[in-house]
Design a protein around this ligand. Sequence first.
Ligand code: FPP
Length: 246
Amino acid sequence: MVELQNNIFIPRHVAIIMDGNGRWAEERNRPRLFGHKAGVDSVREVVETARTLGVAFLTLYAFSTENWGRPSSEVTGLMGLLKSFLQSELRTMLKNDVRLCCLGQQDRLPTDVQAVLQQTIAETRLCSGMTLNLALNYGGRNELVQAVRNLAEKCQEGALDWQDISEATISDHLFTAGQPDPDLLIRTGGENRLSNFLLWQACYTELYFTELKWPDFKKDQFLEAINIFNRRQRRFGKTGAQVKAE
Ligand code: FPP
């Protein structure tokens, strides 16, 4: 059992790339969807752990803009898992005061998934214990394109002066508007890349890569990631001595 170190700092925002479901299943000679189903158990356990620890924002990369290119049976299976997850977890989310948000353009999702998503977002909108962001049909570059279009439109209408566009204005036009940038980004599955996830927001995020595949990533592994995060020194461009003096 992993224990948290003393005087631990709980990151406000943790983002996770849940990779390795397919390979986890293939290692067991099972279809890829079997791995995604096992991944849902890890989602439940990690959401519950994050909530108990007091993480304020948890962002899960559940489906990228690139994932549409997967075999249609896998895409359909993933959409079904998402829908049943939302339906089965609504009561738990309300009980645990968890607000659901969606990062990504929802209009491309199947209409039944959109409906359940909208309902869950509406029913949990006043929950304030933790925000669970599901990145669905999400791509970091697509998010920036949407933000730029939005800003250009406001400038054209005269609602915004182009000279007033700042880093803050751009942040305010992303799907994560009003939320802090992630402190910690975890990627399971042994790949060391961002894969179009939170490209703007991860500017100063601590990255944690593990070989473990997502279905093997549970409470203990999440605690371990937080312990390791706590051993990092975040300098934000300053020197180590400056940070220590703060
Ligand atoms: C990446 O593993 C994982 C995904 C593309 C989907 C993640 C989805 C889940 C964990 C289940 C549904 C989510 C929720 C929130 C209920 P991969 O398939 O790319 O694995 P591989 O690299 O081993 O092929």
